[in-house]
Design a binder for this molecule. Sequence first.
Ligand code: KG4
Ligand code: ZN
Length: 371
Amino acid sequence: MIENSEEKDIYILGIESSCDETAAAVVKNGREVLSNVIYSQIALHTLYGGVVPEIASRKHIEKINQVVQAALDEAGKTLDDIDAIGVTYGPGLVGALLVGVAEAKAIAYAAKKPLVGVHHIEGHIAANYIEHKELEPPYLCLVVSGGHSHLVVVRDYDKYEIVGRTHDDAAGEAFDKVARAIGLGYPGGPKVDRAAKQGRSDAVAFPRANIADCPYDFSFSGLKSAVLNYLNSCKMKQGLDGNEIYSRKTDNPDFDGNELVDPENSVTVADVAASFQQAVVDVLVSHTVAAAKDFGFKTVAIAGGVASNSALREGMKKACEKNGIELCYPSPVFCTDNAAMIGCAAYYEYISGTRHGLDLNAVPNLKLGER
Ligand code: KG4
Ligand code: ZN
């Protein structure tokens, strides 16, 4: 177990810019968030129906200095108080990552502070430490974001073992693609979550994929195709074609999901959202609980943007209660991309001696556990 052998408090300035959030935070002793500043580019990318990498990088450049300064100010700290700079250096969009990495290196050089590169997923996992002060490895963590669907055994603060992974789409990616198909637009996850609250999760029978010989792995592309095929068959029944329905609602924030997809059977967009979401949740929950039982873990955590999904949280809660498993999940603001989680992960890397040089580069396909 890694422990802080220094007597004094340790303050980390965390920086995150791997996708479409420019974020900085100050974290004390790995678990106490003194500030958590996030500039979200969502509104900008909504115009294009998804993240445009070039625009993301340019916006990061514009915002990063202000966001870092705001994080220091909000925490009531200056760079003199900071012990180390933690930064996401992968995985993610290379141009976006480079902005945070360059910023962190410049600050580390100018202020003569140690630099600690952090794996983005390690950050998502560490978000659980913020509100669960008692949580310590070993435990099992389900990481579900826009780019990842992993079941990870967290052996120690710096030791991870991936025991389950997706064979195709990540869970968040499936949410985003299905949201687009049913006219909810970007970002899909929160919109499906909202619409599903008014839908019937048993309205449409979508498949739950299990992969032979890989009981903890996931596959969401078949489910996504099943939703698309279902929508097409509904359109054909009504003599409609292509984008004639659903898509017109894309950017309407007041859309309530009442639009009929299959008038004959009174199936609405909200019903499709709820049925799709339930299919994702069932698989995530059953595979996670199976892994926890097989590996003998009594504590399970969930992390990443999809971990803020209300049906997933409910489903996990029920299944864990039933199986005598302790469940941890971060507040929604710490599930989606933020820098507080990077500050937490950087703290544990810092006290275990991890230091990166000023030649640190962005690694878009960085593997979990690599240094
Ligand atoms: O962790 P994150 O902010 O960024 C990545 O590292 O990818 O995750 C973003 C993903 C997106 O796919 C988004 O649609 C999904 O998380 N997401 C959700 C919800 N909130 C965000 N998915 C389902 N339900 C939500 N409430
Ligand atoms: Zn993320």
